[in-house]
Design a binder for this molecule. Structure first.
Ligand code: FAD
Ligand code: NAP
Length: 312
């Protein structure tokens, strides 16, 4: 039986692995379906991790993390986890794609989230080259420049407001003329002179070239005409897909989940199911940053160790 099974090898999973193994647990496996590193490996520049002054791409930034963990004994299995279930004796069964199973005393789920794609032409081609889903990460690249934001939820409204502190102007494009976001936030945005609302509008196309990245956005207005916004950056905030599928047992979840799909946790990253922890973008109120995901992973590992200790 494994001491701890970690599901997902992004910043949260890798930090959980580091703390669990360095903390003395001998039998810890991190299941990651792809290359370890997580979402940040798709970023062209990473410059806001405290203490790392060198700006580098996300892949280079994450590459030493696994090596550091394996030094302390973390085992990494490249496998997609299909399901985590709680056994009657309190342990967990981890079912991998293909049907193989593993048993574990405790589980830390770090499967993250994926920003939804909006589906316009050029979105995939220019993702990371002007199309972004993270204003905190990439807003600085457009200092004193004009940018566009797509969406009408809390994230789009709040991030548009945030971007006005950095950029000269923000075009906020939303497909309706009313907003899903909290009315108080919407009021702030409406009063902000650096934001121009383009409502009842959709993005027809993002264009540019493969070296320089995005050069502009063609917006389809309510009357069918096209407005060309010459901007080097477009931020899309059209919702998140939280990767909580592994916690599903039939049509129910094995722990409490918020309506947003995020996993309910306490300050120890403990879910409502004893021995099951969630860390990183997946958990409620996640700030969705590498530094906070890494911190969550460390907290979850320390909590899992205390939990295992309490079993004796
Ligand atoms: P993730 O990074 O999402 O990792 C989850 C991992 O779990 C993935 O590797 C996935 O393959 C794996 N997984 C999922 N399901 C399964 C399964 N069933 N079985 C096995 N494995 C599974 N943050 C910053 O702090 N600074 C930045 O500059 C920055 N820039 C960003 C730029 C981009 C383009 C993006 C997309 C994000 C950026 N972020 C940035 C946000 C940051 O990447 C995330 O907050 C962080 O990666 C979350 O870490 P995590 O470990 O919770 O989840
Ligand atoms: P969201 O609430 O799902 O909003 C997504 C927005 O994107 C909606 O305005 C939606 O339009 C639009 N949209 C969806 N698909 C689109 C597409 N293909 N093309 C163009 N527009 C599209 O997502 P979110 O803003 O990321 O918020 C996620 C959750 O986190 C929500 O529960 C939110 O309340 C919460 N949150 C809370 C806070 C806070 O409390 N301060 C902050 C951030 C997020 P429609 O409105 O027309 O559907």
């Amino acid at each position: 039986m494994l001491d701890v099974a970690i599901i997902g090898g992004g910043p949260a999973g890798l930090s959980a692995g580091l703390y669990a193994t360095r903390g003395g647990l001998k039998n810890v496996v991190m299941f990651e379906k792809g290359m370890p590193g997580g979402q940040i490996t798709s970023s062209s520049e990473m410059e806001n991790y405290p203490g790392v002054a060198t700006v580098m791409d996300g892949m280079s930034f994450m590459s030493p993390w696994l090596e550091q963990c394996t030094r302390f004994g973390l085992k990494h299995e490249m496998a997609a986890v299909e399901k985590v279930s709680k056994n009657s004796d309190g342990s967990f069964t981890i079912t991998l794609e293909g049907g193989k199973t593993e048993q574990a005393k405790a589980v830390i789920v770090c499967t993250g989230s994926t920003p939804k794609r909006a589906g316009f032409k050029g979105e995939d081609e220019f993702f990371g080259k002007g199309v972004s889903t993270c204003a905190t990460c990439d807003g600085f690249f457009y200092k004193n420049k004009e940018v566009a934001v797509l969406g009408g939820g809390d994230t789009a409204i709040e991030e548009a407001e945030y971007l006005t502190r950095i950029c000269s102007k923000v075009y906020l494009i939303h497909r309706r003329d009313t907003f899903r976001a909290a009315p108080s936030s919407v009021e702030k945005v409406k009063k902000n002179e650096k934001i121009e609302l383009i409502l009842n509008a959709t993005i027809d196309e993002v264009y540019g070239d493969s070296t320089a990245g995005v050069k502009g956005v063609k917006v389809k207005l309510a009357d069918g005409s096209i407005r060309d916004l010459v901007v080097p950056g477009i931020f899309t905030f059209v919702g998140l897909n939280v990767r909580n599928e592994v916690l599903k047992d039939g049509d129910k979840f094995i722990c409490d989940i918020l309506p947003s799909g995020q996993v309910k946790v306490d300050l120890k990253m403990q879910t409502s199911t004893p021995g099951l922890f969630a860390a990183g973008d997946l958990r409620q109120d996640a700030p969705k940053q590498v530094v906070s995901a890494a911190a969550d992973g460390a907290v979850a590992a320390l909590s899992a160790m205390s939990y295992i200790e309490s079993l004796h």
